[in-house]
Design a protein around this ligand. Sequence first.
Ligand code: ADP
Ligand code: NI
Length: 214
Amino acid sequence: MAVNLTLIKDRVQLAMKDDTTGHSFDHIQRVVNNAKMILASLPDANAAIVYAAAYMHDLADDKLVADPVARKVEMQELLLTAGYSEDEANAVMDIIEKLSFSANLHHHQKLTLEGQIVQDADRLDAIGAVGITRAIYYSGHHGEKIYDPAIKPRKHMTKEEYRRPGTTINHFYEKLLKLADEMNTEPAKQIAQHRNQVMKDYLAEFKAEWNGER
Ligand code: ADP
Ligand code: NI
C-alpha cells in the first residue's frame, strides 16, 4: 500500500484517547483487526480503503463530536495527505456515512464490498463477550437501568428513540441479538454465530439469577 496509514492511526488515537463511552481507541484497533481477518478471505477488496474507513469510522459520529461537518472536512484532507486519491477518499467517506446502526434504522444503506467489510468488523465488536461489556459500560455512562421486566424492548425505533435510554438487557433484544443475522461477509457470519451464542447464554444466566432460579 502506497498510503500512509500511520498518519491516520495517529490522528484517530489522538481524537479517541479520552473517550469513556465505549468508542475508545481499543475499539478502533479491534475493528481494524477484525477487518484484517475478513480481508484475508476477500482478496478482491481494496485493503487501503477498508483500513482507512475502519480507523476513521467513529471520527465524525454526531454523538461523539461537537461539529461533525468540520470534522468531515478535516478527514477528507487527512486522506489526501495520507496519499489517497480523490476517488478513494470519497469512497472512504461514503462508507463512514452509511455505516452506523442508527443510519440503517430507516432504510438499509447499500454498501460497497469495502463498506460491508468495515460494517461487519464494527458489528463484530458489538457482540460476544466484548459486546456485552461495551453495552454495560455504555449503559452506566448514560444512566440506563440494568433491567426492568416492566419495560419492553422497543421494536421500531427512530434515531432519536434509539438514543433515548432503555435498559441494558433490552439493548440485546433491540440491537445486539439481531447483528449476527445481518453480517454481510462469510467470515464475519461464522465468528458472529459463536459470539451470538455467548450473548444468549449470558442472558439465560442473567434471567435465571434475576428470578432466583440459580
Ligand atoms: P452506532 O455508532 O453503530 O450507531 P452505537 O454508537 O449506538 O452504534 O453503539 C456503540 C456501543 O454502545 C455498541 O457496543 C452498542 O451496543 C452500545 N450501545 C448503544 N446504545 C446502547 C444502549 N441504549 N444501551 C446499551 N448499550 C448501548
Ligand atoms: Ni465503531
